[in-house]
Ligand binder design. Structure first.
Ligand SMILES: NC(=O)c1ccc[n+]([C@@H]2O[C@H](COP(=O)([O-])OP(=O)(O)OC[C@H]3O[C@@H](n4cnc5c(N)ncnc54)[C@H](OP(=O)(O)O)[C@@H]3O)[C@@H](O)[C@H]2O)c1
Length: 320
């Protein structure tokens, strides 16, 4: 029987459970994909950790939370096994990248046909399955901050999943990129075309030394008070500061807030349009998808524990 990994309660990764389910069927406008690789992202553990919802243990049953636990896995790559009515241009056996989707922590997933793109032949399964969420987020941030050739850009969290994408996409556009990361990740950022600086006290001075010409725009993928304060200090135009995560006081700072929370710009069209470009760049080798560790599907809890601990740079990926 096909397997799916789901949280059975709110809590830490131990709540993730592998259960057997029937192979899903393709309804109109959808396809069924046999998953070969599913990307792991921080939102996956945030969905069941209580980050988005205050959960009081003693109210779980009364609130019916067990019945509404989130599905995990917002991106994957795999092989089409069934095509529903009203779907054109997709055939059984096609190797595809699937984004956005829900419940990709599984052997099979059903996806809207609009979420299906052809997987470039030269791109590995792990890379194809973990490229899209971070890649489209980074592309949206570059768009929102108007980053282009000739700009000097500061990227906070440059060694994270989103950061590695943002650094490479900005460098490919001809921007000069200064990226913050722990020293152990500096060599990788240099390889990808950025000047690395360590985050922590004195950050503004280090960025100033690395970019005496000044900073035109900043992307905050780290979400710390420090990243917000340094961005506000160094970038004159607040329309050129974009943030995907961070403290509540960001809302009063007059910067671009990107994402799915209240008052944030989800950038659906920009992110949707970015998918084909990301695949072309990855296929040509211009964009490197850095994969840190591949886990079997049954070790999803271990993958989340690794992610929560602050893993090495690059993506964590589940392979059914
Ligand atoms: N709004 C959206 O649409 C959206 C989309 C995707 C992700 N997100 C959110 O954005 C955040 C980043 O996602 P991700 O996938 O890139 O996560 P990730 O791969 O876990 O990377 C996080 C990075 O943060 C860096 N970091 C840790 N402590 C730091 C500090 N004190 N100062 C500066 N950087 C620090 C780490 O770099 P070092 O190890 O080098 O220190 C790490 O590489 C998450 O909170 C995620 O939920 C939002």
């Amino acid at each position: 029987m096909p397997r799916i990994v789901r949280p059975t309660a709110y809590g830490t990764p131990e709540v993730l459970t592998v259960t057997e389910v029937p192979v899903p069927r393709a309804a109109a406008g959808t396809v069924v994909v046999e998953v070969r690789a599913a990307g792991v992202n921080p939102i996956d553990w945030k969905l069941y950790s209580g980050t988005f919802h205050a959960v009081r243990e003693n109210l779980k049953d009364a609130a019916g939370l067990a019945a509404t636990m989130p599905s995990l896995g917002l991106e994957c790559a795999g092989v089409v096994t069934e095509v529903g009515p009203d779907v054109h241009g997709v055939r059984v056996g096609d190797e595809v990248v699937v984004y956005p989707v829900t419940a990709a922590y599984a052997d099979y997933v059903t996806a809207p046909a609009t979420s299906i793109l052809p997987k470039p032949a030269g791109l590995g399964w792990a890379e194809a399955g973990s490229l899209m969420l971070c890649g489209t987020t980074a592309a949206h941030a570059l768009h929102a901050a108007g980053v282009d050739a000739g700009d000097t850009l500061l990227v906070h969290g440059g060694s994270g999943g989103v950061g590695l994408m943002g650094v490479q996409l900005a460098a490919a556009r001809g921007a000069t990129v200064i990226a913050t990361a722990s020293p152990r990740n500096h060599a990788l950022l240099s390889e990808l075309g950025a000047t690395p600086v360590a985050h922590g006290p004195g950050l503004a001075d280090r960025v100033g030394a690395a970019a005496p010409q000044g900073i035109d725009a900043a992307l905050d993928f780290a979400g710390t008070d420090e990243a917000l304060d340094v961005s506000l200090e160094l970038v004159a135009d607040r329309d050129r500061i974009a943030s995907i995560t961070g403290p509540d006081r960001r809302t009063e700072a007059g910067i671009k807030l990107l994402g799915y929370g209240p008052g944030q710009d989800p950038g659906h069209e920009v992110r949707h349009a970015a998918r084909a470009d990301l695949l072309a760049l990855a296929a040509s080798g211009t964009l490197r998808v850095v994969v840190d560790t591949v886990f079997p599907l049954t070790e999803a809890a271990k993958a989340h524990t690794t992610g929560l601990a602050g893993h090495a740079p690059g993506k964590l990926v589940l392979i059914p």
